[in-house]
Ligand binder design. Sequence first.
Ligand SMILES: [Zn+2]
Ligand SMILES: [Zn+2]
Length: 256
Amino acid sequence: MIDINLHTHTRRCGHASGEDREYVENAVKAGFREIGFSDHAPFMTADGKESGYRVSHADTPGYFESLRALREEFKDRIAIHIGFEMEYYEENFEDMLSYARSQGAEYLILGQHFLGNEHVYREGTSAASDSVERLDKYLELVLKGLKTGLFSYVAHPDIIRFTGDDKAYEERIRSFIREVVKLGYPLELNRLGFFEKRHYPRDLFWKIAGEEGATAVIGLDAHTPEVYLDRETVKKIEAYLEEHHVKRILPQMIRI
Ligand SMILES: [Zn+2]
Ligand SMILES: [Zn+2]
């Protein structure tokens, strides 16, 4: 089976496990023709703060070194891309981007885990909230991020955990998805959220996605190498997408 996954982490983010090599070996075993590593992008504040869920600046050269060596070694069997999963923080994006580029990152996926610099905006987008302002802010940031043209796609677009009125959610998500479709981007159906039965994928989000003719890519969001071997969950995700009338496409890397 031919498949592509651009959403893979490594142990350097502190909450993933396994060796880089094991991810690649399993991807080859499972028949992937192309994979991308997109660990959480390094980010340091002016006063030197770094969050524990990211690749640190100190570990970044090793990330690229290890993955480049694997890319070379496995080049006849699989294509390997090296990038980051990155938030779009209005104030910090230029710095994060130029650091990522300086290290040789080839692509980015947009994972909006916070509404801004996490040392300031401490409440993550996964935190339950009925605030319409937060929902609006999240959607606005994701759209701004996509409009830079520098993200290959938006990861877990339904990560924002809005607990308020469904009608308010539906109205906003519909116009958001329309924009995303107009911009030509797919939405990611996140395998980790699906497998762990997190608050995403959110059924209402995907119902609207189907009605609006959105396309989806499956992002494994692999935090362990074994994820690559689990074809059963991917099949269930395909059925979920079909049920919601969302067409699955393969992700395409946009070079930064
Ligand atoms: Zn993420
Ligand atoms: Zn991820």
